[in-house]
Design a protein around this ligand. Structure first.
Ligand code: NAD
Ligand code: LMR
Length: 341
């Protein structure tokens, strides 16, 4: 009782529904940011979410007050930027989404964000390990190719690493891949499901158009692949210094969270692409790799193999693996050298 009251006092509580249903608590770390706000909004609209915990180093109580007025049943709580409030935001959470960190400006690569975002993700990963060690953890903060290994190393160091529950969110790449092919072929993107494998930056993003029955060739194929690989740059340039993709990313993050909740609640055949601890290319230095993954109540249920690909796609994959292994190694080595407090 005392603990519960203390928790309420520590958090700036915005609670607008008394009826917490059967638990599906979802926590967003970085909830007041460009992604965090629309992501939180979409989660508030999701009837599978019973409690939404919003944490940021600024403004989370305000965002929670605003979103909490939406007339869906879930309870929304905004937390101040204190360690005890962070702990309360995480406690009992089934899904933790992490979009905390800085976005790119024109001329930057995702790897240029490493120096700032690595320590943000490391410190949040420690809090997750301490207070929500059994949650599904969804890493959105870039560079995903390195922030996922950083998170895994922190979990390993704290003895709570569960490779089935750590996910790099690469959903936006398949969202773009289906949208871009539909624009070329004048089809409904809802019916286009393009497999994308690898990682989440530039040449590590490998769309496998051949597996979807499309037969683009020459410049049209090269341009399509380039657009999927550098779709993020399109948004960064258009925003002209004001950040990177936020709204499409919020949709992609909410879709992934929804898939996890569906799988946790017993739905079968829930498949999403995601960057996970994967056996597929470990022998080539890539401990983590994104491919289609079947989700279940325990997180990763089955990692699908890459399947048949063309020679052209194999060349893309070779370039991907060379870059990706370096990005992964960079994260692992950094966290060993910078374990934090
Ligand atoms: N995985 C993807 O597909 C994908 C897509 C788009 C963007 N991103 C990445 O997501 C990240 C966030 O992008 P954004 O546009 O929302 O940025 P933003 O600057 O608008 O928001 C980031 C938020 O994180 C908060 N924050 C910073 N440090 C924190 C900490 N220690 N704890 C809690 N919150 C903290 C900030 O206060 C801010 O509200 C970037 O790294 C970006 O590159 C990834
Ligand atoms: O491009 C970025 O930096 C953000 C994100 O990774 C994206 O793909 O839009």
């Amino acid at each position: 009782m005392f603990a519960a009251r203390q928790t309420l006092n520590q958090a700036s509580r915005r609670c607008f529904s008394a009826s917490a249903r059967q638990a599906s608590k979802v926590t967003v770390l970085g909830a007041a940011g460009g992604i965090g706000q629309p992501l939180s909004l979409l989660l508030k609209l999701n009837p599978r979410v019973s409690q939404l915990a919003l944490y940021d180093i600024r403004l989370a109580p305000g965002v929670a007050a605003d979103i909490g007025h939406i007339n869906t049943k879930s309870e929304v709580i905004g937390y101040d930027a204190t360690p005890s409030a962070l702990a309360a935001a995480l406690k009992g959470s089934e899904i933790v989404l992490i979009p905390a960190g800085v976005p790119r400006k024109p001329g930057m690569t995702r790897d240029d964000l490493f120096n700032t975002n690595a320590s943000i993700v490391r410190d949040l990963a420690k809090a997750v390990a301490d207070h929500a060690p059994e949650a599904n953890v969804l890493i959105i903060s870039n560079p995903v190719n390195s922030t996922v290994p950083i998170t895994a190393e922190i979990f390993k160091s704290k003895g709570v690493y569960n490779p089935k529950r750590l996910f790099g969110v690469t959903t936006l790449d398949v969202v773009r891949a289906s949208r871009f092919i539909s624009q070329l072929r004048k089809t409904d993107p809802a019916n286009e499901n393009i497999t994308v494998i690898g990682g989440h930056s530039g040449a590590t993003i490998v769309p496998l158009l051949s597996q979807s029955g499309f037969n683009l060739t020459g410049d049209q194929l090269a341009e399509y692949v380039r657009r999927v690989q550098f779709g993020g740059d399109e948004v960064v340039q258009a925003k002209d210094g004001a950040g990177s993709a936020t709204l499409s990313m919020a949709m992609a993050g909410a879709r992934f969270a929804e898939s996890l909740l569906k799988a946790a609640q017993g739905q079968k055949n829930v498949i999403e692409p995601t960057f996970v601890d994967s056996p597929l290319y470990k022998d080539q230095g890539c401990e983590y790799f994104s491919s289609n993954v079947e989700l279940g109540p325990n997180g990763v249920e089955k990692i699908h193999p890459v399947g048949k690909i063309t020679d052209y796609e194999q060349e893309l994959l070779d370039v991907c693996l060379a870059d990706l292994s370096k990005n992964i190694q960079k994260g692992v080595e950094w966290v060993k050298a910078n374990p934090g407090n």
